[in-house]
Design a protein around this ligand. Structure first.
Ligand code: UD1
Ligand code: UDP
Length: 387
């Protein structure tokens, strides 16, 4: 079989991390079969939001960086579509691989499907059922532009069926006759792979932050619904600060630049207050290996991140989700993740509940066997064999 040329589109932090699972599996098992090209839209561009992951996770530097940067949704997405289209016309790949639900995902889906390049969507089928969430529109449109859809969980697979995708479709697969798969989660592959490495390479990281294992809470906040509404952001942070003081526990917050920018510009007094509080450590975004260590050693996690919610499960930590709904519904049904929105009372109750007692919590394997990337690549190759 001739080699196939695959274009990986990344742009935001979690996509770079996700793409590393596919890159690693190509290098390990399929380097004779697949040529990989990485296109970075430039959606994330700070060193600690982008470059750090290429260095640390040993991913090939992007072959193309479109340098799109930050902008309103329409402008950002349109610049990405235009840049990706140019690359696709030049490279003429056999397929285009997309991850998750960001504007970079959507741009890749539109550019590729309009030019009739098969789109492969990894993390397909996830739904929050909240169409005011920008990611929800990206998910739906990307899934409906795809030829192969890899759903990481049962719920995601069922969502696709609910939207008319047919599991019984047979080859040849096309955008009009797409194939849906229930796989696992490539981020579970990554966690298994990098957890050991994190211990070796970053052993001193917790010490540098003066953190004691099991004696701090990890907090991340970046979702637009929390950051752009400053009343909401303030309520969340004030509630968490009060709880930290009351329970005498440290909150470690590697904050997304979006959150820092808003705190500095619009909640300056609160930001100063947090920085002076001995129970709060606001730090810049950390590398993935550092994040793994923070997750693995914390008492519990408070987050609005999709990826961090799941990683809480991988590391068997209870998770308070600062959202009203989640795509990772298995975690909530399992009782180890609690949806609290930004409601101070609910944050308080769940925080106190989890911080003191975690005896009955169990963390079943919802996310595959750690070899999801290999499975995905073998199915991609099969599609071209059958053509
Ligand atoms: C994006 C994704 C979100 C994902 C998140 C992962 C969309 C619509 N949203 O949200 O789904 O969860 O990435 O982290 O695609 N900024 C910097 N430096 C950077 C990047 C961003 O300062 O390197 C600041 C800018 O002020 C920018 C803001 O963060 O305006 C938001 O960035 P953007 O990429 O638009 O959205 P995210 O909130 O990062
Ligand atoms: N992450 C990281 N450093 C940080 C915060 C997050 O490496 O300071 C990782 C995290 O472990 C997860 C991914 O980034 O794998 C999640 O990204 P993010 O929360 O930005 O986006 P989401 O998953 O919500 O789209």
């Amino acid at each position: 079989m001739p080699q196939i040329k695959l274009i990986n589109i990344v742009g935001a932090r979690p996509q770079i991390i996700k793409a590393s699972a596919i890159s690693r599996a190509i290098r390990k098992h399929y380097s004779d079969d697949i040529t990989e090209i990485i296109v970075h839209t430039g959606q994330h561009y700070d060193k600690e939001m982008s470059e750090v992951f290429f260095d640390e996770l040993e991913i090939h530097k992007p072959h193309y960086n479109l340098g799109v940067g930050s902008a309103r949704h329409g402008r950002q997405t349109s610049l990405m579509i235009s840049g990706i289209e140019d690359v696709l016309l030049k490279e003429k790949p056999d397929c285009v691989v997309l991850y998750g639900d960001t504007n970079s995902t959507l741009a890749g889906a539109l550019a590729a499907s309009k030019l009739h390049f098969p789109v492969i969507h990894i993390e397909a089928g996830l739904r929050s059922f909240n169409k005011t969430m920008p990611e929800e529109l990206n998910r739906i449109m990307s899934d409906h532009s795809s030829t192969l859809l890899f759903a990481p969980t049962n719920a995601a697979f069922k969502n696709l069926i609910g939207e008319g995708f047919k599991p019984e479709n047979s080859p040849p697969y096309t955008i009009s006759n797409p194939k849906i798969y229930l796989t696992g989660d490539i981020m579970y592959d990554n966690t298994l792979f990098f957890a050991g490495l994190a211990e070796k390479k970053k052993a001193k990281f917790l010490e540098q932050l003066s953190l004691e294992s099991n004696n701090y809470v990890l907090v991340t906040i970046h979702r637009d619904s929390n950051t752009d509404d400053i009343v909401r952001l303030q309520e969340i942070l004030v509630t968490l600060k009060t709880l930290a003081e009351e329970k005498n526990i440290v909150l470690v917050m590697p904050l997304h630049p979006r959150t820092i920018i808003i705190l500095r510009a619009r909640l300056k007094n609160l930001y100063d207050d947090l920085n002076h509080c001995k129970h709060i450590k606001i730090i810049p975004p950390v590398s993935f290996l550092e994040m793994i260590l923070l997750e693995k050693n914390c008492r519990m996690i408070v987050t609005d991140s999709g990826g961090v919610q799941k990683e809480s499960h991988f590391f068997k930590k209870p998770c308070i989700v600062l959202r009203k709904e989640t795509e990772w519904i298995e975690l909530v049904n399992n009782g180890t993740a609690k949806l609290v929105g930004a409601d101070p009372e609910r944050i308080r109750n769940e925080f106190l509940n989890f911080v003191d007692s975690q005896a009955d919590l169990e963390y079943p394997g919802f996310f595959g066997n750690g070899k999801t990337a290999e499975f995905i690549l073998s199915e991609i190759l099969l599609m071209f064999e059958k053509e």
